[in-house]
Every structure is written in C-alpha cells, then in structure tokens.
Design a protein around this ligand. Structure first.
Ligand code: SF4
Ligand code: SF4
Ligand code: SF4
Length: 296
C-alpha cells in the first residue's frame, strides 16, 4: 500500500513535503542544490545523513539535486534537521518552479560573465513559486550550452556581442579566428580581424581569447527560450527574445511565470503545450511590452 507515496503527511497536520517520497517502506529525501554547487562541508553533511539514517546510497539527479535513499520513517525529521543545519533544504518537486540549473559559469574558460549568480538570484526570487504546472529553468553562460537550457520550460542563454575596438592595435594573430566555432571571426587581407555578424553566434570567445584586448564585449546579455522540454518528443523552446540586458532578466522571467499562472488551461501542466497554444508571436507581443530589448 505504501509502495510509492509522497510526503509524510497522510492523516497528520504537517504541511505536505513533496521532496520526500516513500518507497518500499522507507523514504527518499531530495535535497535542493541551487546551481549544482555544494561546499565540501555540505558534501560531508550529506555523507553523514546518508550513512547515519539511510543506506549510504546517494543519487545525483538530472536537475543537479541530490537524492538520499532509504531513510527509516523514525529518522526522517532528524535527517531534515541535519540537512537544514548544513544550510540545505528539501528539493524541488510538483507544480512549482523547480531547482534552477546553471552551467559551471565563470569557472569555465569560455564564459565572460556569471550565469550561476543569475541562477541564484532567480532561485531566491522565484524558487518554489506555485504554478499551474512544473516549470524548469536553466541558465547557460554561452550559446554552445553544456546544460541545454533550450530543453527547459524557460531557457536562459548568455550572449556577448563582440566589437573590434581598435583596429590599429589588432596584431592579426588569428586567435579570434581559431576560437570562433562558426567561422564568423577571421583575419582578412590586411591582417586585421573582421567579424561576419550574419554568422556570429555571440558567444564572446573571441573577446576572451584576444591577446591584445582589442575585441571587447559591446553588449552582454541573454537569449530567452520558452516551452522547451526534454521528454519525448524532445522539443527546443522557441526564442522569445534574442538578446536582453542582464538587468531585464529577473522582471521578464517574473512576467512569464505570472502570465502562465493567469492564462494556463488545466491540462497545461508544462509551458510546452501552453506556448504551443498561445503561439510565440503573441507571447512576444504580450511579454516584451516595456522590456528593453537589445535584439528582438
Ligand atoms: S554553457 Fe558555455 S559558458 Fe557554460 S560551461 Fe558550457 S561552454 Fe562554458
Ligand atoms: S585575436 Fe585579437 S589581436 Fe588577434 S587577430 Fe583577433 S582581434 Fe586581432
Ligand atoms: S562572438 Fe563567438 S561567434 Fe561571434 S565572432 Fe566571436 S567567437 Fe565567433
């Protein structure tokens, strides 16, 4: 009978805790790991909780969270207290904003800004917000994104618009051409770097690797996709906006979440069917009103 139920609340006054799942008489405790970052001390606490109250088995989930397996019912409260003492809390589940993922961000040699900081800010502002369905979000530092934000309900993808700021100082070394993955940066006849903006993916690599610092980030921002999904059929979310400044992201994500909350039909448990029904053009019209757009 108790083969698979969520929480410990049946017949009790305690609030439902979707991060607890009962399976075969024991509990799985999901731990929220915003941006996938833990301290060594937190890892030690997870090891202790799993070793003391569970079976010593831990699983790393696809959404950068942690599952501690096989906790006896009598030890659930203690395990949660130990978790909280380590500065951690129950993981994400159900119809709300789920754990917000981030790539390794500014620790990556190809990243010119801090996507993990943005993901943490989003988590502080909207984490666990109740919605008509589950909303998964991911933030990547560049448009060659390791964590596939475009397969999330809301995908946030870092973009850097490059500019050659001082042609005279360009040494024609060819580094920008070498690191550009799409053939947009090249060293022309005059041994000076040129950019084909029709090809440029706005990844910022040429800016990061230019040894003379003559390529600069003219603009730093993000693209936003909506309605992507990783489950079959895998769907890339259409682009809501190609580039907005970083200061516009938190309010725009809030607008998307509230719009979904106010307009979703009961069957639309994810943004994918919602976006398909409303249509990306109408969403652009309704959601980008008042947003400072750099590239539509
Ligand atoms: S998404 Fe881009 S910036 Fe982030 S880790 Fe991957 S390559 Fe680096
Ligand atoms: S990497 Fe910098 S210095 Fe070298 S060719 Fe490109 S723009 Fe010029
Ligand atoms: S920003 Fe990226 S895609 Fe654009 S020219 Fe530079 S390296 Fe190439």
């Amino acid at each position: 009978m108790d083969n698979k139920t969520s929480g410990t609340t049946k017949g009790s006054q305690k609030p439902k805790r979707p991060y607890l799942t009962k399976k075969n008489g024991k509990y799985e405790l999901k731990v929220r790991v915003s941006t996938g970052n833990l301290t060594a001390q937190q890892l030690l606490a997870l090891k202790d909780i799993s070793g003391t109250y569970g079976s010593g088995q831990i699983h790393l989930t696809a959404r950068q969270e942690v599952l501690i397996y096989d906790i006896e019912e009598a030890h659930v409260e203690e395990a949660i207290s130990r978790l909280e003492a380590a500065g951690l809390k129950g993981g994400s589940a159900g119809m709300r904003v789920r754990n917000i993922m981030s790539c390794v961000g500014d620790r990556c040699k190809n990243c010119a800004w801090d996507p993990a900081a943005l993901a943490r800010e989003l988590d502080e502002k909207y984490g666990e917000m109740d919605l008509p369905g589950a909303v998964k979000m991911a933030v990547a530092g560049c448009p060659f994104p390791c964590i596939r934000p475009q397969l999330n309900d809301i995908g946030i993808i870092g973009r850097i618009l490059p500019r050659l700021v001082d042609e005279e100082k360009c040494k024609g070394c060819g580094m920008c051409e070498k690191v550009c993955k799409v053939g947009a940066a090249s060293v022309g006849e005059g041994k000076k770097s040129v950019t084909d903006y029709n090809l440029c993916a706005m990844c910022g690599r040429c800016v990061l690797y230019c040894p003379s610092s003559v390529r600069i980030a003219e603009k730093t921002g993000v693209s936003i996709t909506v309605g992507g999904g990783g489950s079959w059929p895998v769907t890339e979310g259409p682009i809501l906006v190609t580039m907005i400044g970083l200061d516009q992201v938190i309010p725009l994500v809030g607008k998307i979440l509230n719009y979904y909350k106010e307009n979703a039909l009961s069957a639309e448990k994810r943004l994918r069917p919602f976006v398909k029904r409303i249509g990306i053009e109408k969403l652009k019209k309704d959601l980008l009103k008042g947003v400072e757009v750099i590239i539509p």
